[in-house]
Design a protein around this ligand. Structure first.
Ligand code: PEP
Length: 250
């Protein structure tokens, strides 16, 4: 059985004080949530305050990015073991904003995934096509390439996939549940080619303008195992409503 995973990607938002305030308001809202893994990925600067504020709760912490080297002269970078050291259980790798603005490639993504898994982190590996790629009919070719190059030499343990169509991120335009399911099914078939039966246990999250009002219709789809949430994860109330997707607000 795949336990649903709902992860907040705060991107470059929230100071340490805002992080503590969010968590103080969020935890009481999700105190009765069972059977859903909850993850928050604050900016690096807020990881320690988040960890302190989350103490005693089931909510896990994630980094938004990582470098593949263990230590050394790599100004500005953070290693997998540094993320583990501040309490992270997961790291997001290959987010489309990293690919688009910071030159991330399938090769660098591959190195980051390998180093993170080796350090004991779970990896949320992001893939997805641009609008131009979708409109030119290249969606499945793009996903196939991102999976085969990104996962070259990598085993399935600790792996989570996030399908995030670039055209749906921060745009308010969500993939329809059927579009999401079609892509997730394709991704699972590709994972089966790599890992056989084990692919059935790998969680595939959907990301792209997920909100309290659309999460339930996505989560009913067979191969949608959770969500990676940007904008709607910045308010404790809306993120809590997403986490409680099986009992949507009335
Ligand atoms: C994201 O950043 O991964 C994301 C899906 O953002 P949003 O929910 O704002 O579209």
């Amino acid at each position: 059985m795949r336990v649903p995973l709902i992860a907040a990607n705060w991107k470059m938002h929230k100071t340490t004080g805002e992080t503590r305030d969010f968590i103080a308001r969020f935890l009481p809202l999700v105190g009765d949530v069972r059977g859903v893994e909850m993850v928050i990925a604050p900016p690096f600067t807020s990881l320690t305050s988040a960890m302190d504020a989350l103490e005693g709760s089931d909510v896990k912490l994630a980094g938004q990015d990582v470098f593949w080297q263990e230590s050394g002269a790599f100004t500005g970078e953070v290693s997998p073991s540094m993320l583990v050291d501040v309490g992270c259980r997961y790291v997001i790798v290959g987010h489309s904003e990293r690919r688009q603005y910071f030159g991330e490639t399938d090769d660098t993504v591959n190195r980051k995934i390998a180093a993170s898994l080796a350090a004991g982190l779970g990896v949320v590996f992001c893939i997805g096509e641009t609008l131009q790629e979708r409109e030119s009919g290249a969606t499945f070719d793009v996903l196939k390439r991102q999976i085969s190059d990104g996962l070259k030499g990598i085993g399935p343990d600790g792996l989570v996939i996030a399908y995030e169509p670039v055209w749906a991120i921060g745009t308010g335009r969500t993939a329809t549940p059927d579009q999401a399911q079609e892509a997730h099914r394709f991704i699972r078939d590709e994972l089966s080619g790599l890992y056989g039966e084990t692919a059935r246990s790998i969680r595939i999250l959907y990301g792209g303008s997920v909100k309290p009002g659309n999460i339930s219709s996505l989560m009913v789809k067979e191969d949608v195992d959770g969500a990676l949430v940007g904008g709607a994860s910045l308010q404790p109330e809306s993120f809590a409503d997403i986490v409680k997707f099986s009992t949507p607000p009335t």
